[in-house]
Design a protein around this ligand. Structure first.
Ligand code: NAD
Ligand code: UDP
Length: 335
């Protein structure tokens, strides 16, 4: 298949491109490099043994997208492009609504012009909001977000459901990711946020590397076994493989289907820190600090639907996630 991957130079997109190429698909990346390095397509090619086609374009640029669809008969689209920082979305909501919604609308319009009807979208566990009990199941209400980033995910899910209602041939899979961590085992691709990381694993890796002095654990007094929050961490390579299963599924299933991608179990902040040290031999000094606003004590997936519909389950262990994160973060030239 010819697969257009928007945001394909980013963290999850780049790993997905590797899996797509290795499975024999032709991969066309559209990424404006607003949050990715220019050498990522080359790194993808080194790992996969086949090169993606790369367009440095903004997905909101309709003419540029049309050019891609004219050059390649696109069978399906995986739509990763968007901004993803929760805190920044609270400070600059319009930037998030403009980029995330506009890129999706433009993409859908151009897909429509060229008769492309299959899309896999990067949604998020954040759509379950603060009111559902764990484990999160796809049939639970997902209609309240707690920040503008989360609202963009909810709105885009709705846009895709509406499009599927309007066009009986339209096929969308809304993948609700839990907490992707880890990196490609080659150490060539990984999560490399600019500035001080907001997410736990890149922060832990920078503490382990001595770049940051210590980790502050956000809250040690939650009603959880060790007092710290539980999350469903999954390896980014497992997550990438979920996209392969999703485009196969989408190709023959009209409608809009939400599917969780997670392991189905919760790991605490302290468990992750200890697993990191076991896997890498690196100490991660930490202090317990105050809770972070908006954090939920417990988040994990019911992973049953992904297994039933996609035949997908996460396979890699927490130790592998830690080891691969570290080999990427500690490699010279990755930062
Ligand atoms: P990322 O920032 O590494 O990748 C996004 C890519 O999109 C970047 O390469 C960026 O340059 C590109 N991009 C952004 N706006 C664009 C535009 N208008 N036109 C073209 N390219 C554009 O993020 P990621 O972690 O790989 O996440 C990918 C998707 O998955 C995002 O939609 C994100 O919201 C979603 N998601 C991520 C997580 C996570 O924890 N990483 C969790 C749930 C959902
Ligand atoms: N966390 C932490 N210190 C940090 C960053 C994160 O204790 O410097 C905790 C955070 O409170 C949450 C977990 O690690 O319980 C995962 O946070 P992340 O931001 O990576 O993911 P999310 O909160 O979006 O699930």
């Amino acid at each position: 298949m010819n697969v257009l991957v928007t945001g394909g130079a980013g963290y999850i997109g780049s790993h997905t491109c590797v899996e797509l190429l290795q499975a024999g698909h032709r991969v066309i990346i559209a990424d404006n490099l607003s949050n990715a390095s220019a050498d990522v397509p080359e790194r993808i090619a080194v790992i996969a043994g086949a090169a993606p086609v790369f367009y440095q374009v903004d997905v909101r640029d309709k003419d540029a997208l049309r050019e891609i669809f004219r050059a390649y008969a696109i069978d399906s689209v995986i739509h990763f492009a968007g901004f993803k920082a929760v805190g920044e979305s609270c400070r600059e909501p319009l930037k998030y609504y403009r980029n995330n919604i506009d890129s999706t609308l433009t993409l859908l319009e151009v897909m429509g012009e060229f008769g492309c009807k299959t899309i896999v979208f990067s949604s998020s566990a954040t759509v379950y909001g603060p009111n559902n009990p764990v484990p999160y199941r796809e049939d639970m209400p997902a209609n309240v977000a707690t920040n503008p980033y989360g609202w963009t995910k909810l709105m885009i899910e709705q846009i895709l459901r509406d499009q599927a209602s309007a066009d009986p041939e339209f096929r969308a899979v809304l993948l609700r990711y839990f907490n992707p961590i880890g990196a490609h085992p080659t150490g060539l691709l990984g999560d490399d946020p600019n500035g001080i990381p907001n997410n736990l694993m890149p922060y832990v890796a920078r503490v382990a590397a001595g770049i940051l002095p210590k980790l502050t654990v956000f809250g040690g007094d939650y009603d959880t076994p060790d007092g710290t929050c539980l999350r469903d961490y999954l390896h980014v390579v497992d997550l990438a493989k979920g996209h392969l299963a999703a485009i196969d599924y989408a190709a023959s299933h009209p409608g809009a289907e939400a599917i969780n991608l997670g392991t189905g179990s919760g790991v605490s902040v302290l468990e992750l820190v200890h697993a990191f040290t076991r896997a890498t031999g690196r100490e991660v000094p930490y202090v317990i600090g105050p809770r972070r606003d908006g954090d939920l004590p417990m988040v994990w997936a019911d992973a049953g639907k992904a297994k039933a519909l996609l035949g997908w389950t996460a396979e890699k262990t927490l130790e592998e996630m830690c080891r691969d994160s570290w080999s990427f973060a500690s490699k010279a030239g990755n930062r």
